[in-house]
Ligand binder design. Sequence first.
Ligand code: S3P
Length: 177
Amino acid sequence: MGLARKRGNMNIVLIGFMGCGKSTIGVKLSYFLRQPLIDTDKQIERNAGCSISEIFAKQGEECFRQMETQCLEKLLQDKSSFILSTGGGLPMREENVKLLKQIGKVVLLRVNADTVYERLKNDTTRPLLQGDNPREKIEELLTYREPVYEASADVIVDVEGKSFREILDEIKERTGA
Ligand code: S3P
C-alpha cells in the first residue's frame, strides 16, 4: 500500500447532487475534525481566475470536467489531511471515482429532487440548472446520476428530514471519524 493511499484513507470525501449540503456539512466536519475543507469548485475557480459559470460559457463543460480530474490528481499528491467537498458532476467520470477512493472515504449525501429544487430554484451559479425548466433538469440529472453516486460511495447518508447536526453525527459514526 502506497503512502498516498495510507494517508488518504483518513480523509473524508463528500459527494452528491447539487444542493445536497456538501459545502455546509463540509464546513461542520472541518470544524469538528480540525482539518481544512477543500472544495473542488473553489479550487478550480481560483486556478482559472473566473467563476464556474464563466468556465462553462467560455471553455465548455468538457474543459471544466478536465479541470476536475486535474484538481483530484493534484490533491492525491497532498500529504496533509483534509475534508474534500466535490462538484455534483465529478463522480460521473470513472477515473475521478478511482482518484476519490485513493484520496479518502467517499460519503454520499443522498437527497431528493424536491429538496434540491426548493434549495436551488433561485440559484444563478449552477450553469446546468439555468434553462427553462430547472425542475425537470434536476429530475433528469438525478435519475441518471444516482446509481453512479451510490456505486461510488463507501457510506451513503440520507439527508432528507435530518438536521445538519444529525447528518454530521451519522457521518462521524459511520466513518469512524
Ligand atoms: C455541477 C455541480 C456544481 C459545479 C458545476 C457542475 C454538476 O457543484 O461543479 O456547476 O454537474 O452537478 P455543486 O454540486 O457544489 O453545486
